[in-house]
Design a protein around this ligand. Structure first.
Ligand code: ATP
Ligand code: MN
Length: 477
């Protein structure tokens, strides 16, 4: 009891006085006394009677170099036993560094070891570990330079997204994670149940009696907040959602996750052009935020994984986007003379090889492709007057391909019901959705941005599994 009280009191002291390494690099004075807390990255012992201890506290990429002199009372017993991964607090004075590499160092007056790390057991020693192996250490990989940098870029992008919409008067709406709508993502939804899988209640015909399940019917994890978002847009004007979405599709690609975060704005009194404009403004805003706020991380990724990243992101922050219809795009692809795995032909969906060819080889910049064939798009997209295309758009970036998918929604009740029937969707299951058209149906439009694809693009990380803290994918949870 006594020990506990003591411990919590002393860790509180540390917390109140500790200075983040980022703040030190932002401005320091020689002789300034500070307390820093972090994890040891390396230790080197000098024959001159002191040790160099590099510590990182996650606030920025750079480590702070600590000089621990042998006069410290715990030097022999503890400092010489410090290894990568150990948690420490260091109290001392800042001084100009004589060595190269860094401008400032911390001359330790006291080093407190909060937790040792066994060098034989700690997997993140000095040697570099590849990203595949790190995926097996999701609880530790944030301590590496790469994953710390990803986490900081991810944070900046998330906050910038909220700021963008807030500045434009969009309300943040929390749509449900559990849903009973099963049609939109038919076949690729995760089911949610509390029934005993070994012995579920059954109907006389042998099928499972979901009336006895938790919700009294089948329930799933959402694939999108759009349908609920539409209802709020048709009351509040401009809204957006930002939450987790789930897809049980068995795609083992470097661009797909089973659990990913989506940002979905929805605007009332807006058409596809407004939608495309919002999407381009949004993307430029996000690129600008990363360039302005995370240049250290970008420069790191540029060296480590993606040459040219900084220039690319800076250009995108002011880029104009190419605009083309699906039909124009198909003609372009057909005439390209390229040997695609999926030969382009009007009516098929754009494949990622097409998307990349367009953005990387033809346009040389991001593109908004609009007006897709009705047959390959969802029933809720607004039917164009030509009778065969819908007011849909995809925004394509080099490398990751589709970053945004959106559309103007069908606001005409009769046309929407017709499209549902044609798609084999039971209008009876969408009574609420149809009500939005029945009562004051107004033109509206929105889109979904895959947040991890954006983080992937802005960091240049090759695999989407490395830009979310705990990736979920087939056979990976
Ligand atoms: P794709 O064709 O790339 O599989 P989609 O057309 O199925 O994507 P949408 O339903 O339009 O995707 O979702 C909107 C956005 O969400 C996409 O533009 C993409 O950025 C992102 N997204 C879709 N599926 C995934 C996934 N499995 N993992 C990560 N992001 C995804
Ligand atoms: Mn899409």
């Amino acid at each position: 009891m006594n020990g506990l009280t003591k411990l919590s009191r002393s860790s509180k002291l540390v917390r109140m006085r500790r200075k983040r390494i980022k703040e030190i690099f932002a401005g320091w004075i020689a002789g300034e006394r500070v307390t820093v807390a972090g994890w040891v990255r390396t230790r080197r012992d000098s024959k001159a009677g002191f040790s160099f201890v590099e510590i990182n506290d996650g606030s920025c990429l750079a480590n702070l170099q600590v000089i621990a002199p042998q006069e410290l009372p715990n030097y022999a017993v503890e400092i010489l036993n410090l290894h990568p991964g150990a948690a420490v607090t260091v109290e001392g004075a800042l001084d100009r560094s004589e060595g190269g590499g860094q401008e400032v160092e911390l001359k330790a007056a006291a080093v407190k070891v909060l937790g040792h790390a066994d060098p034989l057991a700690y997997p993140l020693g000095k040697q570099r570990i590849n990203f595949e192996r790190l995926r097996e250490l999701p609880h530790l990989r944030a301590r590496t330079n790469s994953f710390g940098a990803v986490a900081r870029v991810r944070h900046t992008l998330a906050l910038a997204a909220h700021r963008f919409f807030d500045e434009r008067g969009f309300l943040y709406v929390h749509t449900p994670v559990i849903t009973a709508n099963d049609c939109e993502g038919a076949g690729e939804m995760f089911q949610v149940t509390t029934l005993d899988m070994k012995n579920p209640p059954r109907l006389p015909d042998g099928s499972v009696d979901y009336a006895q399940d938790f919700f009294g019917k089948r329930a799933y994890l959402t694939v999108s907040g759009q349908l609920e978002g539409e209802a709020y847009a048709c009351a509040l004007g401009d809204i957006y959602t930002f939450g987790p979405t789930f897809r049980a599709e068995n795609s083992n690609t470097r661009r797909h996750l089973a659990e990913f975060w989506m940002i979905e704005p929805e605007m009332a009194f807006a058409d596809l052009d407004d939608d495309a404009e919002l999407a381009c403004d949004f993307l430029r805003y996000l690129f600008r935020a990363v360039v302005d706020e995370r240049m250290q991380e970008i420069v790191f990724f540029e060296k480590r994984v993606n040459p040219g990243l900084a220039g690319k992101l800076s250009r995108l922050a002011v880029a104009t986007f190419e605009r083309a219809t699906y039909t124009e795009t198909m003609t372009l692809l057909e005439k390209s003379g390229q040997n695609f795995e999926f030969p382009p032909r009007w009516g098929i969906d754009l494949q990622s090889e097409h998307e990349r060819y367009l953005t990387e080889k033809v346009f040389g910049r991001p593109a908004v492709i609009t007006d897709y064939p009705a047959g390959i798009k969802a029933f809720y997209m607004r039917r164009n007057d030509d009778g065969r295309t819908v007011a849909a758009m995809d925004v394509l970036l080099a490398d990751v391909g589709e970053i945004i998918g959106g559309s103007q929604r069908e606001e005409r009740l009769d046309v929407l019901e017709g499209a549902m029937l044609a798609a084999g969707v039971d209008p009876g299951a969408y009574r609420n959705y149809l009500d939005l058209r029945r009562f004051g149906g107004a033109p509206h439009a929105g889109f979904g941005l895959g947040f991890e694809r954006m983080v992937q693009f802005c960091t240049g990380m090759n695999n989407i599994r490395d830009v979310i803290p705990y990736p979920r994918a087939p056979r990976l949870c």
